[in-house]
Design a protein around this ligand. Structure first.
Ligand code: AMP
Length: 399
């Protein structure tokens, strides 16, 4: 039978475990947490860290932005034998960007213990990656295709892996990685601890949990209680032909200190919009999508993270799982295709307790999906008027 833990299920003192020191983590993991500036464990961390430390397999339903990476990274970092230069944990993620981000979190939180983490993802040269693996790493974070490739070629040996994490599992399965995941998990020992995280738990994800996890504990953090995230969610009705004008209006309201992530459905849509907006005075605007070279994707991401880009226009795939605490505004320029996708996109802002604004353009053909989103979000979604169609129409930016 499934046991669902929710934040409210916790015994009173555990629910009040407001400090990382209440967890049974080794001192060098705690010191890294402190240096990272994490003061209070997030809801998912309060639930997952003790369960993983106690040796349970865990299924966690939660979004990115809730601190779930640290929730699984900390128990692993705490338990790794740093003197053994072999892979002790494998974390599978759907995208290259998430791969780099999760690796970064392991490096940050594992620094004081000397934990070595390596990102193994496609689109980069195989040989240097293989060399790094042969030199000995403790944690591999990778995308399924490339991880399997490195196993089959020889440099990656998972027979010593005591932990397997399937991160953003619904997304990995949607991307068709099930066979790769199966082959990878089968190359790890039967006696291992496995954790699965997913924003949604449809039957095909539960099936995977059933296959690879041993009597797991289920943890659910409702988006509402996920973090102290404050996202102001609003929508405005805009005719397709007026969307560029509406976006310009928003960028003016956001100002040059803002950092907006704009979602488009297609790569061509991204390129087109970047060209259309190129002339907006004083703002740096860039695009991000899967057809760009890996080097370019990474340098764009870095520039956005460093605050050099004001408006990043991206497809879902490129922006999936990104953790950029700088994002002040998310704009659904094209309506997401499902309410699920909406939740993922909007979760890119208001991260780690900061305030954020999510704006959704609702065009003339968007009725049905928008109603689904509206039902899901409820009263939190309010309508705004950009005054595009009245006398008070703001001037269009020139330049
Ligand atoms: P994640 O959900 O793992 O993508 O984490 C979202 C962001 O929250 C990342 O920038 C983390 O560095 C940050 N974070 C994780 N745990 C905490 C915490 N307990 N307090 C503050 N920030 C945190």
């Amino acid at each position: 039978m499934q046991r669902f833990h929710r934040v409210t299920d916790l015994p009173i003192d555990a629910a009040r475990s407001e400090r990382f020191t209440s967890f049974d983590l080794v001192p060098r993991a705690l010191s890294a947490v402190e240096r990272a500036g994490y003061v209070t464990p997030t809801a998912i961390q309060r639930l997952v860290v003790p369960l993983l430390l106690a040796g349970f397999d865990v299924v966690g339903q939660s979004q990115t932005g809730t601190g779930k990476t640290a929730a699984f990274a900390l128990p692993i970092i705490s338990a790794i034998d740093v003197d053994a230069p072999m892979v002790q944990a494998i974390v599978l993620v759907p995208t290259r960007e998430l791969c780099l981000q999760v690796t970064g979190e392991f490096r940050k939180l594992g620094a004081d213990r000397g934990v070595r983490a390596l990102a193994v993802y496609g689109g980069t040269a195989l040989v240097p990656q293989a060399d790094a693996l042969r030199r000995g790493v403790h944690v591999v974070v990778g995308t399924p295709g490339r991880v399997l490739d490195q196993i089959r070629r020889g440099p990656l040996d998972l027979r010593s892996a005591s932990w397997v994490v399937l991160d953003e599992c619904d997304e990995m399965l949607d991307m068709g990685f099930i066979e790769d995941i199966d082959a990878i998990v089968r190359s790890t020992p039967d006696r291992r601890q496995t954790a699965l995280f997913s924003a949604t738990l449809p039957p095909f994800v539960l099936e995977v949990a059933h296959q690879y996890l041993h009597d797991p504990e289920f943890v659910n953090v409702d988006p509402g209680q996920a973090t102290a995230v404050e996202i102001d969610q609003c929508f405005c009705e805009v005719l397709e032909d007026d969307k560029v004008r509406a976006l310009r209006c928003l960028t003016r309201m956001q100002g040059s200190d803002g950092h907006m992530l704009v979602f488009r459905r297609t790569q061509r849509g991204v390129d087109w919009l970047v060209r259309r907006l190129a002339a907006v005075a004083g703002l740096r605007i860039e695009g991000l999508h899967g057809a760009m070279g890996q080097g370019q994707r990474e340098s764009t991401m870095r520039a956005f993270r460093d605050g050099e880009i004001n408006v990043l226009i991206a497809t879902n795939v490129a922006a999936r799982g990104l953790d950029i605490s700088r994002v002040t505004h998310v704009l659904n320029y094209d309506l997401p295709q499902t309410a699920e996708e909406y939740v993922h996109r909007v979760g890119r802002t208001g991260r780690a307790g900061r305030k954020g604004t999510a704006v959704t353009f609702v065009g003339e053909w968007d009725g049905e999906v928008f109603e689904e989103i509206r039902r899901r979000v409820g009263r939190g979604l309010r309508q705004i008027d950009l005054a595009l169609y009245g006398d008070s129409e703001p001037a269009v930016a020139t330049g």
